[in-house]
Design a protein around this ligand. Structure first.
Ligand code: ZN
Length: 181
């Protein structure tokens, strides 16, 4: 089965920087599984996967333009420790946490800890970097109708409560429309 939009793809990967230093890699039996066409993976990787099949191995270089995007310094923000409640006692530089931003809940990385505040960075760790992906495709399957509708992979039950909430809201809208008819 060749990869097109709407397939569930699993890959083993190594990600290296321009000097060949490994930045991240999949662990044994812990592959990266995603839905193509959902915007879950960088566009350059999506393009490189197109038309390939399970068992194929390839390398692709992702620049900020077709990879993780440029760094956005406005995503670096300082949070008062008093706003964090009990959480500040356990935080260390490099920790990742979920923070509520203008765009909803985002993963941010702690980059500095001061006496009264912490500084977090909402950029993806590879933003602004050129990275080399070394990929082995391990599995390709058709996405189910439900996965396509949700825009993500279901590994068993759907665990995305936000998604269920959105669906519930959509159902409400449909009910409203029904009433209008
Ligand atoms: Zn779902």
């Amino acid at each position: 089965m060749k990869i097109t939009t709407g397939k569930v793809v699993s890959i083993e990967f190594k990600i290296a920087d321009a000097n060949g230093t490994i930045l991240d890699q999949s662990e044994q039996d812990n592959e990266w599984t995603f839905l193509t066409g959902s915007g879950e993976i960088p566009p350059g990787l999506e393009l490189a996967l197109e038309g390939k099949a399970a068992g194929e191995q390839f390398k692709v270089t992702l620049t900020p333009e077709n990879g993780y995007g440029p760094r956005d310094e406005s995503l670096v923000t300082t949070i008062s420790k008093s706003d964090l409640g009990d959480e500040d006692t356990t935080l260390a530089v490099g920790d990742q946490l979920e923070a509520e931003t203008d765009d909803g809940w985002e993963i941010v990385t702690v980059v500095a800890i001061g006496p009264d505040s912490i500084t977090v960075d909402g950029n993806h760790e590879f933003a602004g970097k050129t990275v080399l992906f070394d990929v082995t495709i391990t599995e390709v399957r058709d996405a189910t109708a439900e996965e396509l509708e949700h825009g993500h992979v279901h590994d068993g039950e759907c665990e995305d409560e936000d998604e269920e909430w959105e669906e519930w809201e959509e159902d409400e809208d449909e009910d409203e429309e029904e009433k209008k008819k």
